[in-house]
Design a binder for this molecule. Structure first.
Ligand code: ADP
Length: 651
């Protein structure tokens, strides 16, 4: 029953302890989690605050950039109008494109008709005369003859148009007839004369550029010195936007053809603009002209009209963004920020702030962001680091305090447990000798008459129980003093032999044959030890008592004292029941008993060895057990000899 109660109390003690650990873990965790949350919030706030500071600092710059941009577009629109009045449309086109102000331009005349890029010229529907018709008829049958006929028409021609057309047709027939060289010299010779510069074919196109293109086509693959002069001349004519006459479609056609024929030698800076403008015109993608930036019907192409609407600049999204960005560049803009125009509907990730770009560029925004995000991080990281350190410190301190509290509470719990155990043990252990004494006394009192012999025997038994009781109480008192740190030792240089002899003397009378053989082997010339003699005798007595208690009918007990390497060893050997290796590790714990029934019959309560250990350790010694179940045990106490340890001061 007592065992069960004891186990229950241990179990309840353990479960209490796990609750305690859980509670303390909560005490640490809850504030730690709260703290981490607060820190996280603080970090966020810090980032927001830093961001706000940056926003405040840079807002002025962004507003300035925005105003600058708006003004720039206004001026552009006005300038375009002014220039449109004095510069021919084609020239204005080339000038703006070359200056990079727009990707393309569409210019209108005063009547609102497209002036550039103009539409293909209208065919002239001129009636070919009989001679021309005859020459055309034989062109495919007899090209040489046809060439002669066209030559004759040319010679007799009264206007330049007809003369040029006849020369062109003659060259064509010569090519058909396989006379390539003759055709080339015709095309680059007479047909390139200045008088034919404005001559047009039946379709209304200029004859000269087409003739030169034809010559170059025939020259393809010839030596560069042959190709380059006519090629350079034609290229110069194509990029000449000043001389009127060449229509935009013909210009584009010849440019593309040249690019196809001589991709490595030809490049036209205005060709992309020509294509873009033509595409917008052909697709009728232009919105009504308004002096604001707005999308055309062609995806990715924007239009911006001058105030009067006579010039519409065209911009592709990417180059427009680049153009706007360039316009916002200002020497006053801090080096660590960048300003980006934002296409309507798009946002820039990580931008500090964005503002609308104003009425000239509706729905466009201007965003300001840091060039290097690390700058922002650097601005906040210092504060964040200090928060993190504070957090770590607080969590650390809370954890240390909790661990400290846990230790204190554990100790308190252990003490309470101990007190309970002690009370339970004391009452129980005292009850046994007291009951047997009471029984003996009652028997004596009830004996009529009282025989002296019986009385003596009973009194001897009572005395024995009394001794047992005293020993128990001594052990309890010693233990209690130890636990309250009230046990005071009185260290003196003492003869080791006298300690062993005192202990042996105390038991010698009891440890006598026939039931017991008791041997005492004290080596001669033992060194003295710094010891509290009474405490050491008590320790040896406890070992001797145990040797007696835990040995059978035929006891052989030896107490030996010897000197080993500057120490003195006291060994108590018995031939008793012995101990298992597992128990030898536990027997020094307080209240530990291998077999409670056996211990109690010998008047033990599991405190003896814990007291011995305490006493020995207070003497800076140690105690060891060698034991084997059924073969007896040897308990050896080793104490340093006096003077062997200079630190020992006897207190
Ligand atoms: P107790 O008062 O029960 O003897 P101790 O602290 O003196 O308490 O001993 C603890 C336990 O160690 C004993 O209960 C016993 O089981 C075991 N023990 C101690 N000395 C011996 C020994 N010489 N032989 C066998 N077992 C022993």
């Amino acid at each position: 029953m007592r065992t069960i109660l004891r186990k229950l109390s241990i179990l309840s003690g353990r479960s209490n302890e796990s609750w305690l650990v859980l509670l303390l873990a909560l005490v640490v965790l809850a504030p730690s989690i709260c703290l981490l949350w607060f820190m996280n919030q603080a970090v966020q706030n810090e980032r927001l605050a830093v961001r706000q500071k940056l926003v405040d600092a840079y807002r002025g710059h962004l507003t300035l950039a925005q105003e600058q941009l708006e003004a720039r577009w206004k001026t552009n629109a006005a300038e375009l109008d002014a220039e449109a009045k004095i510069i021919p449309a084609a020239m204005l086109f080339a000038q703006q494109v070359r200056a990079g102000s727009a990707d393309a331009l569409i210019c209108f005349d005063a009547a609102g008709k497209i002036a550039y890029p103009d539409l293909p010229p209208q065919p002239k529907h001129e009636v070919r005369d009989a001679a021309w018709a005859q020459a055309e008829r034989v062109e495919f049958i007899d090209p040489t003859n046809a060439a002669g006929e066209f030559a004759r028409i040319g010679e007799g021609a009264t206007n330049v148009d007809l003369a040029a057309r006849a020369l062109q047709a003659q060259a064509r027939c010569l090519v058909r007839a396989g006379q390539k060289e003759a055709a080339i010299s015709l095309l680059l010779g007479p047909l390139s004369e200045a008088r034919f510069r404005t001559a047009t074919d039946f379709e209304g196109r200029l004859v000269a550029p087409n003739a030169q293109l034809m010559a170059l086509e025939l020259l393809k693959g010839s030596a560069p010195e042959k190709v380059e002069p006519p090629l350079d001349r034609l290229k110069a004519e194509l990029v000449d936007y000043e001389t009127p006459g060449l229509s935009a479609p013909q210009r584009r056609f010849v440019m593309h053809e040249l690019l196809r024929l001589f991709p490595d030698r030809v490049q036209f800076s205005t060709l992309m603009a020509e294509d873009l403008a033509a595409a917008v015109v052909e697709a009728q993608a232009l919105q009504p002209a308004e002096p604001t930036l707005r999308p055309t019907r062609l995806p990715g192409v924007w239009q911006f009209a001058s105030e009067s609407g006579r010039v519409v600049t065209l911009h592709q999204t990417e180059s427009l963004v680049a153009r706007l960005r360039a316009a916002t560049m200002s020497p006053t803009l801090p080096a660590d920020v960048r300003v980006d125009p934002l296409v309507p509907g798009r946002e820039r990730e990580g931008a500090l702030l964005s503002l609308p770009l104003g009425p000239k560029l509706p729905n466009w925004r201007l965003a300001l962001s840091l060039k290097d995000q690390r700058l922002f991080d650097a601005a906040t990281s210092q504060r964040v680091a200090s928060y993190v350190w504070i957090g770590v410190l607080v969590v650390g301190v809370v954890s240390v305090l909790a661990a400290f509290a846990l230790r204190l509470v554990r100790r308190q719990v252990a003490l309470t447990q101990l007190r309970n155990d002690l009370v339970a043990n004391v009452t129980h252990e005292l009850k046994t000798p007291l009951s047997s004494m009471r029984l003996l006394v009652d028997t004596l009192l009830n004996s009529q008459p009282l025989h002296e012999q019986t009385a003596r025997e009973y009194l001897q038994l009572i005395a024995k129980e009394n001794v047992r009781l005293s020993r128990l109480i001594d052990n309890f008192l010693t233990f209690s003093r130890i636990e309250r740190n009230k046990y005071a030792f009185d260290f003196n240089e003492t003869s080791a032999a006298s300690i062993a002899e005192s202990a042996a003397g105390a038991v010698r009378e009891r440890f006598q044959p026939p039931g017991c053989r008791f041997e005492v082997n004290i080596a001669p010339n033992l060194p003295s030890v710094m010891a509290d003699a009474d405490a050491m005798v008590t320790a040896l007595l406890n070992l001797l008592e145990n040797a007696w208690k835990y040995s059978g009918e035929d006891k052989q007990i030896t107490l030996a004292a010897s000197a080993v390497d500057g120490s003195v060893c006291f060994a108590v050997r018995d031939n008793g029941i012995g101990l298992s290796p597992r128990d030898t590790k536990r027997i020094f714990k307080r209240f530990y008993q291998v077999d409670q029934r056996l211990s109690r019959s010998g008047g033990g309560c599991g405190l003896g060895l814990s007291i011995v250990k305490f006493v020995v350790e207070a003497h800076r010694g140690n105690i060891q057990v060698e034991s084997e179940p059924g073969r007896g045990s040897t308990f050896t106490i080793t104490l340093p000899a006096a003077g062997s340890d200079p630190k020992e001061d006897g207190t």
